[in-house]
Design a protein. Sequence first.
Length: 167
Amino acid sequence: MTPAADELDANRVAQRALYGETLETRLGAITLAYGISQRRLARALGISAPMLSQLISAKRVKMGNPLAHERMAVLEQRADEADTPARAEEILEAVGASDVATTTQMRTDARRGETPDGDRRAEVLAAMLRDDVGEDELSAALHALTAGTAPRLRELLETALGESAAR
């Protein structure tokens, strides 16, 4: 093997250690599930197309932006929802526009000994629910709670559902 090939192999091993699998495998599964190009995936992740190419080819080991990694995880979690091209695009837009980094910010704040105030904490939790659970499951959970029970949880679910809670 050439030194360049050895380096790529070492980078793939490092990616497996960091991400559980190579980024070629994980990101390739996303492009397949959503029926999109690498350029479109890069836009949803918030990174450049050349950076994505370098990650996929293992010329780079890791994503430098935690937000891109979190968006990748959300896209993987929601892949089964992308059953039509329109739905796939809707998910890509939502994930690309969302501040998935709220979970990273919460971890950073916790390490610093900071906790968000009640309103901010509710917004963060609502965003996490929206991104991780999805509207249908949130709506079902909200409807499963009877009126007068768990009022704080109902409020959180309504916040997570936003305008669709009124439906």
